[in-house]
Design a protein around this ligand. Structure first.
Ligand SMILES: Cc1cc2nc3c(=O)[nH]c(=O)nc-3n(C[C@H](O)[C@H](O)[C@H](O)COP(=O)(O)OP(=O)(O)OC[C@H]3O[C@@H](n4cnc5c(N)ncnc54)[C@H](O)[C@@H]3O)c2cc1C
Length: 426
């Protein structure tokens, strides 16, 4: 089947499957251009690969990323439970260069000169661009948890909300904790990255305790008034699978932490002292977004045009993934970042060849959560561009949640991870 370029671009945002059509690099005549991508995570690596594929290799793409390997946040809660190791969620960047001709620069972007269209690197170099894509995710707002605003305190009270050494450090603390101890998890007021992630984490730690230290407890101290994702399914898991192990306490807005004594302090509730304390601090778009001048909402997030993911403020700079001001009902997830990346990749290829972007993108999202090491629940949604409202809106009736946890969904969740890693990096 021969796809006309316009029709093909129109279908790009529709689904991951659409993006996997072989021969999708057959568009011709794209004007060569230079794209710099900051961040080689779920959004950045995907946009880099797809711009190369969909421009038939005519657009030059450079990714700036300080990490040597891709370490996935999705599935990293299983490392805390002990059913997976950090190596199981680590993927090489090699194929981006070898198969797709993406240039990888191991450095951090320090500044953006939008007038000169230049990215300045922490290592001193400069990268010129025609279009810049930022997918740097989040930074933590340490000023809102002053007691954790130094490296020593962050080691004692790990966040493990960027997968890597912090994940391993938190796992070690759980292993070292005596049976009968308490692990407390502090959740910030939404929006934060991965709405169901903290509750999945509570399940994974409880799964470990149930087997290795059955007298121990997981205490969830939620800044929100209720569980922010799949509340019925998580509460059912805590009442049945983890009865007597998990305790959920809403309305615990954290104000500070004493790292030495592992004590969490709250706006209105009593202090809580734990044996292992895991604090997820409030979050905002990462520092480079601020440096680029694209943070426009509440001094925290980046507003974008959802047809192109171009910043509403700075021309030729696109923002993807966790850093953006989300549309209603849109989670900050890897699946969503992957979908942002495909809409953006198609738009960048179109714009650099003088074409209009797809006027009607459709994006999908599924977030799986592991309740045990093998049984899983999901939530999914579909988001369609509304030309009148100029935003993405959740399509009524097109999503939903699992009826109950199941091992069948466990297999789907592992397949989801395998697929998205291949889609992003293979
Ligand atoms: C514990 C946990 C579990 C999760 N589970 C799921 C799940 O099951 N499903 C799901 O869909 N989502 C899940 N998520 C959410 C998911 O990880 C994020 O939504 C996703 O990673 C967002 O993609 P991103 O590209 O915005 O950021 P990331 O994937 O985090 O990538 C950002 C990259 O930018 C780099 N970077 C930052 N600053 C700079 C700079 N100045 N210069 C160069 N590079 C820079 C970073 O090193 C990083 O590699 C989970 C998150 C957590 C924490």
């Amino acid at each position: 089947m021969r796809l006309h370029r316009r029709d093909f671009l129109r279908s790009l945002g529709a689904a991951t499957a659409a993006a996997a059509i072989p021969g999708c690099a057959t568009i011709g005549g794209a004007t060569p251009g230079r794209v710099v991508v900051v961040g080689g995570g779920y959004g950045g690596a995907t946009v880099a690969k797809y711009i190369r594929m969909w421009s038939n290799g005519t657009i030059d793409v450079t990714v700036v990323e300080p990490n040597a390997e891709f370490i996935s946040c999705p599935l990293s809660n299983l490392v805390l439970g002990g059913s997976k190791a950090i190596a199981d969620v680590t993927v090489s960047y090699d194929n981006l260069g070898r198969r797709h001709g993406v240039r990888m620069v191991r450095d951090a972007a320090a500044a953006v000169d939008a007038d000169k269209r230049l990215v300045r690197l922490a290592g001193g170099g400069e990268l010129p661009y025609d279009r810049l894509v930022l997918s740097p995710a989040i930074d933590f707002m340490w000023d809102m948890v002053p007691g954790l605003n130094n490296a020593a305190a962050q080691e004692m009270v790990p966040h493990a909300w960027k997968a890597g050494p912090q994940t391993v450090a938190l796992r070690r603390q759980l292993e070292a904790m005596q049976d009968g101890g308490v692990c407390a998890i502090s959740i910030p007021v939404a929006p934060y990255r991965c709405p169901p992630g903290p509750y999945e984490r509570a399940c994974q730690i409880a799964w470990y305790f149930k087997r290795a230290k059955p007298r121990s407890k997981v205490l969830i101290l939620d800044g929100n008034g209720d569980v922010t994702s799949k509340p019925g399914l998580f509460k059912q898991a805590w009442a049945q699978e983890y009865k007597g192990i998990v305790e959920y306490r809403p309305n615990h807005v954290l104000t500070d932490v004493d790292a030495r004594t592992r004590t969490a302090k709250f706006e209105t509730q009593d202090d809580v002292k734990a044996d292992v304390l895991n604090v997820l601090p409030p979050q905002r778009a990462a520092a480079i977004a601020r440096a680029a001048g694209v943070v426009t909402a509440n001094d925290r997030w980046c507003e974008v045009d959802f047809l192109t993911f171009e910043s509403v403020k700075v021309k030729n700079v696109h923002v993807l993934g966790d850093a953006i001001q989300i549309a209603a009902g849109m989670p900050k997830s890897a699946h969503m970042a992957n979908q942002h990346a495909k809409v953006c990749a198609a738009a960048v290829v179109a714009l650099l060849s003088g074409q209009p972007p797809n006027p009607a993108p459709v994006l999908t999202n599924t977030c799986y959560s592991f309740i045990t090491d093998a049984e899983v629940v999901h939530v999914c949604s579909v988001h369609q561009y509304d030309a009148q409202k100029q935003t993405l809106v959740a399509v009524p009736g097109a999503g939903g949640v699992s009826p109950a946890m199941s091992a069948v969904e466990g297999a789907y969740a592992l397949a989801w991870a395998k697929n998205i890693w291949a889609d992003t990096l293979a």
